[in-house]
Design a protein around this ligand. Structure first.
Ligand code: C2E
Ligand code: CA
Ligand code: CA
Length: 546
């Protein structure tokens, strides 16, 4: 079981396409993932084959060297490799990145992960992502470089309507930017129709090149609508960290479709804009909490086996009816989320109390979202435990979902708090499970009642064998650890059936009901589950808080 857990850790950690393990004779002992796209064989067909056969003969020595370089518990890679061709005359070799590690354990197997790399001919494949670009720009800023942001609205939707033309134009822009860039990481694609480059005084060359590309587009009936925005990167009076934040702010603002007019012209200006925005949002949020300018909404969570209501999740709604997602995230960033979380806790308890007073209604069962950050705040912890102590009779009816657990820095301390809560009879779930690479480590470090499987897994159900296998493995792992599972964002009956079939206990999503201002529930009929053995076992697990 431990080794299964570790496989998942390394797999999730690498976000790889294929995970495999190699025995001491070079034979593949275990394989999981999208093997077909890399090797022309399914993962189960790889078992027993020699791992070196996966790679192009010319790269096998480098692969052997990578393994030889590993100590008893080391990690090495990534190494760029070409995969073996499927047969004579087949497509050009697929490229992938290979990393290997040796995990501590009874068998000294080599664990390897392979991630497909974009084919050399993919347009824009040679440009980097936002974070690398921001870092490169900061470094170059010290040497007096400039940044030019390029917008080409004519590319929007072109990938669908005319993919060949889209590829050509994107490739032309990429090549132009890369050739002007100060280094390999200084040219980036920042969105479907947005690009950035850090360069030294190449404005004229860039403009000339872009004019040529505009003409080429026009000759083919496409109006690219190219525009550019130049920014000096010098730090002015900003420190290293401030410059990094300012560059990130400017680039994010551009990539999130800010109109060119609102972009800063220098990094000191970017920093001022950032601080202004932060202060305005901070004041807004403080007011929301102080004046309780928010409402609760309630989304049903049902037993997948019977379709019966299990409890409601409390979701905050601001007075303008908007999703709390952005505000909550911002409050986490600036470290004030715990005040909000506590306000939601007290409001939820009041909602349960007032329901208890209504004649003819059953007891209300609620789950509250708590940011992982709040769990690290000692004032919040004291208030929360006091609130639970005052309301001991709600044990078994009130549970907590820890969101943004990725931000937990001190897992041992968080676990202590979680156990204090559970000792009082209140269940604790980890939210968005599987979304962050670290989720699996939390299973080892935190004793919890269950996990909420992140909606991104549910959305991909039926999409690929690899994803389905991963989800099934994840649920099995939770079963082995004897913790409950909730699938969120269930929108279709097919998703619900799949989850039920693999042993997920509870489900939440638009299929069962959207969040509503009052906790009301209209039951829907669902077919009974196919596998009674799995169901019995998982249901037993849930009894802890029902
Ligand atoms: P979450 O806890 O993962 O909540 C699930 C989100 O998915 C909710 O969005 C919900 O309305 C939405 N959703 C539910 N079912 C479906 C579905 O079938 N399809 C789709 N597409 N969406 C569905 P919402 O209410 O906008 O909340 C967003 C996030 O904000 C929450 O994610 C949670 O992380 C945070 N949040 C909400 N209320 C609170 C709160 O009181 N305290 C804290 N700390 N965070 C909160
Ligand atoms: Ca939640
Ligand atoms: Ca979630």
């Amino acid at each position: 079981m431990r080794s299964q857990l570790q496989r998942f850790i390394s797999f999730a950690f690498a976000a790889a396409d294929l995970l495999f393990e190699v025995g001491d004779r070079g034979e593949i002992r275990f394989a999981l993932g999208a093997a077909l796209t890399l090797t022309d064989r399914r993962d189960d067909e790889l078992i027993g084959r020699n791992w070196l056969d996966l790679f192009d003969p010319a790269d096998r020595k480098a692969v052997r060297d990578l393994a030889a370089a590993l100590g008893p518990q080391g990690r090495s890679g990534p190494l760029e490799v070409r995969m073996a061709a499927a047969g004579p005359g087949s497509e050009p070799a697929r490229r992938a990145s290979l990393s290997a590690c040796r995990l501590a354990g009874p068998q000294e197997w080599l664990s390897c992960v392979l991630t497909a790399l974009p084919a050399a001919g993919d347009p824009g494949a040679d440009l980097v992502g936002i974070e690398d670009f921001v870092e490169a720009a900061c470094k170059a800023g010290e040497a007096g470089a400039n940044m030019t942001l390029v917008e080409a609205p004519g590319l929007v939707g072109l990938a669908q309507s005319n993919p060949a033309m889209c590829n050509t134009l994107v490739q032309r822009i990429s090549t132009l930017l890369r050739n002007s860039a100060v280094d390999g990481n200084a040219a980036a694609r920042l969105g479907e129709a947005r690009f950035g480059v850090t360069h030294r005084g190449s404005e004229t060359i860039l403009r000339k090149g872009l004019a040529d590309i505009t003409e080429e587009g026009a000759r083919n009936g496409i109006d690219l609508g190219l525009s550019t925005h130049d920014m000096a990167l010098d730090a002015g009076g900003l420190g290293q960290d401030e410059l990094l934040q300012a560059v990130r702010f400017a680039v994010n603002r551009f990539s999130a479709r800010g109109p060119a007019a609102a972009l800063p012209g220098s990094m000191t200006q970017a920093f001022e804009q950032m601080v202004d925005t932060a202060i305005r949002r901070m004041n807004d949020f403080a007011e929301v909490v102080r004046e309780e300018k928010f409402d609760l909404s309630f989304q049903p969570i049902v037993e997948l086996a019977t379709g019966a209501l299990h409890h409601f999740e409390v979701l905050a709604r601001f007075t303008d009816g908007t999703s709390p997602f952005e505000k909550v995230q911002f409050a986490e960033e600036i470290g004030v989320i715990e005040k909000f979380d506590f306000a939601v806790c007290t409001r939820s308890v009041s909602a349960m109390r007032s329901r208890d007073r209504e004649p003819g209604t059953g007891p209300l069962r609620l789950a509250i979202n708590l940011s992982g950050q709040s769990l690290e705040n000692s004032v919040f912890i004291r208030l929360l435990l006091a609130l639970l102590d005052e309301n001991r009779d709600l044990a078994g009816r009130l549970s907590l979902e820890i969101t943004e657990s990725a931000r937990l820095r001190d897992l041992a301390r968080a676990d202590q708090v979680i156990q204090e809560v559970r000792r009082r009879g209140f269940a604790v779930y980890l939210d968005d499970f599987g979304a962050g690479a670290a989720s699996f480590q939390y299973l080892q470090a935190l004793a919890i009642d269950g996990v909420k499987i992140d909606g991104s897994y549910i959305r991909r159900i039926g999409g690929s064998r690899r994803d389905d296998t991963l989800l099934r493995g994840l649920v099995r792992l939770c079963g082995d650890l004897e913790i409950g599972t909730i699938g969120e964002m269930v929108e279709t009956a097919a998703q619900s059936d799949f989850l039920r079939g693999i042993g997920v206990t509870l489900g939440q999503g638009w299929l069962f009901g959207k969040a509503a201002p009052t906790p009301v529930w209209t039951p829907k009929r669902l077919e009974p589950v196919a596998s009674p053995r799995l169901r019995g076992r998982r249901q037993g697990v849930m009894e802890s808080w029902s």
